[in-house]
Design a protein around this ligand. Sequence first.
Ligand code: DC
Length: 229
Amino acid sequence: MTETSKAPVITIDGPSGSGKGTIAKLLARRLGWSILDSGALYRLTALSAVKQDVDLNDPEAVARVAQNLDVEFRSGQAEQPVSVFLMGEDVTEEIRTESCGDKASQIAPHTVVREALLQRQRDFRKSPGLVADGRDMGTVVFPDAPCKIYMTASAEVRAQRRYEQLKQQGQSVKIAHLLSEIKARDDRDMNRENAPLRPADDAVTLDTSGLPIEEVLQQVLQIWSTKQA
Ligand code: DC
């Protein structure tokens, strides 16, 4: 085992809108660790497949896209989000659309696609540590992580958060539509055969409904400190 593969990992899994992405970023910044946004890799694979006219229902073809993904994550200044480049093109905003998220969820059940992305995700692990955000970080990608969090919130709270987020980005959507999309995506992510969304046996579950971000962050830091003791 290399030094790098022994670097600690805090995994944060959960459904979209649970707050895991925001917490993962704050946590990584607070600890001075790297971050893996694994959902972005599924979104990038879906986007790249669409751009290359690859059929999303053809697992082998999509897996080839995943294998050859030419992607670069560029960190911005302190408060700036990470920029994402696909074949040199800035797709930071494009991968965040509902449509891209939906396509990512469509390709995610394919075993060959998940396998194609596995090592790429593990390569993010380096000293002094990694915060890994996704659906199967604690169950499949980093099963030996010393600290695993499963973050959740009611579908209604998650739809409201997503609505606010999209409104801020100038996108107009109906909340009822978001709610039904969130429920459909949950259903697909939780009931797929391969690496379904579920808490790892040794994960701590945090329900963030009604909790301010700073409070959630404090709880996660508290959990991490108990794991180190
Ligand atoms: O977290 P997100 O919304 O960016 O993820 C988009 C989709 O990618 C999600 O619906 C399921 C899939 N995904 C996955 O299957 N495994 C992961 N570790 C991360 C995301």
